[in-house]
Ligand binder design. Structure first.
Ligand code: BGC
Length: 376
């Protein structure tokens, strides 16, 4: 029986909860006689509503296809059952490796058990999959440092700190508000922790005031990172905490989509040249334009091309029955084990950095930045 047939059967066997599947397991990570064209990598992405995941999916697919592999790329529309089903299907269709960016990092234990039973290595892509022993590798960025960089950009934007880390001229006090990402995404916690560790001394000394009093991640989180949810919360904050003619000076935002929701709420409330310092993440083209136009303060650039490359390197290592190279084996405890990780660095992009970091590197063209739209 061919490996592929075994692979398909492996999934079925699992479904029937039959324990023994002796001999070569389904999707057993390939061997020397396998040609790339015989091997399929299942790539499960969360959503197409945010550009970054489209870029991630395309990059991973292109790189794998260029090496001759088959790619089964699926987007789950930010719906947890859809993602679970798509991964079930990938296993049944005989995937040899799975690359997964989870919607809810705690919701995939069943699928990961099925993958492990079928001997399919699992790579968590950018978002750690939690509560499962069956995560073999993690590729991401330094997520704590993303939070530090966001908070630092807020401090620099307010003039409290200079770009070189020295103390800025501005004394404050400044009114700020805080936003975090989706609580079911492990990254949201890392971003917020990095940011709060950086902001806390300034809050403690009174330079920064969170006027709403909402400083706990549970109070400031944004389910599924949704722009509309963030807009509504910002509108509510303006009505409840800034109805006394005081102004918001800065907003910590963890993601460009959330930033755009916040900016829309602020503009609807009349903010123009006095728009607060709003941070971001992902260098989404619409936000890069806002930064270029002086509306959004900054974003954190995570080069998805490099992340995709790392996922491919790790995937190939598993297919060759090797252990992928990790550069962090301590930070990412998923509740069951510390998952060996490869973490990439991030860069803060202010208006002055757009040319060098985003255009010269070929991530966007100058025309795309001016239009605020990427050309497919
Ligand atoms: C990613 C961020 C992204 C966010 C929303 C996080 O897991 O690390 O880059 O902004 O999800 O999509």
């Amino acid at each position: 029986m061919s490996r592929k047939v075994l692979a398909a059967l492996g999934g079925a066997v699992l479904a029937l909860s039959m324990a023994a599947c002796s001999g070569e397991g389904a999707g057993s990570g390939g061997n020397d006689s396998d040609k790339p064209a015989d091997l399929t990598i299942g790539v499960s992405m969360p959503t197409q509503t945010s550009e970054r995941w489209i870029a991630d999916g395309n990059s991973v697919k292109e790189k794998l296809t260029a090496k001759g592999y088959q790619v089964d790329l699926q987007y789950a529309g930010d719906d947890i059952p859809t993602q679970s089903q798509q991964i079930d299907q990938m296993i049944l269709r005989g995937a040899d490796v799975l690359i997964i960016a989870a919607i809810d990092g705690t919701a995939l234990s069943g699928q990961l058990q099925a993958a492990a039973d079928a001997k399919i290595p699992v790579i968590a892509y950018d978002r750690l999959i939690r509560d499962s022993p069956n995560v073999d590798f993690y590729v991401s960025f330094d997520n704590y440092k993303v939070g530090v960089a966001q908070a630092t950009a807020l401090l620099v934007g307010l003039g409290v700190q200079n770009k070189d880390g020295s103390k800025g001229e501005a004394k404050g006090p400044f009114n700020i508000e805080l936003f975090a990402g989706s609580l079911d995404d492990n990254n949201a916690h890392f971003f917020f922790k990095g940011a709060m560790d950086t902001l806390k001394p300034f809050i403690d000394e009174g330079t920064l005031k969170v006027k709403s009093g909402q400083t706990k991640i549970e109070q400031v989180a944004t389910l599924r990172w949704q722009q509309e949810t963030a807009q509504t919360r910002m509108e509510d904050l303006l009505t409840s905490s800034y109805n006394d003619k005081t102004k918001v000076d800065g907003v910590l935002s963890p993601y460009d989509g959330i930033s755009r929701g916040i900016i829309t709420a602020l503009q609807n409330a009349g903010y123009r040249d006095d728009i607060p310092v709003v941070t971001g993440q992902d260098a989404e083209i619409a936000s890069v334009k806002l930064i270029n136009d002086g509306v959004q303060n900054s974003t954190i650039f995570k080069d998805t091309r490099l992340l995709a490359e790392q996922a491919v390197v790790a995937g190939e290592a598993f297919l060759q029955e090797k252990t992928p190279e990790a550069n962090d084996t301590e930070t990412y405890d998923n509740g069951v084990k510390v998952v060996p990780s490869y973490l990439l660095p991030v860069e803060t992009v202010y208006k002055d950095d757009i040319q060098k970091i985003l255009i010269d590197s070929g991530y966007y063209t100058a025309e795309e930045v001016a239009a605020g739209q990427a050309k497919g």
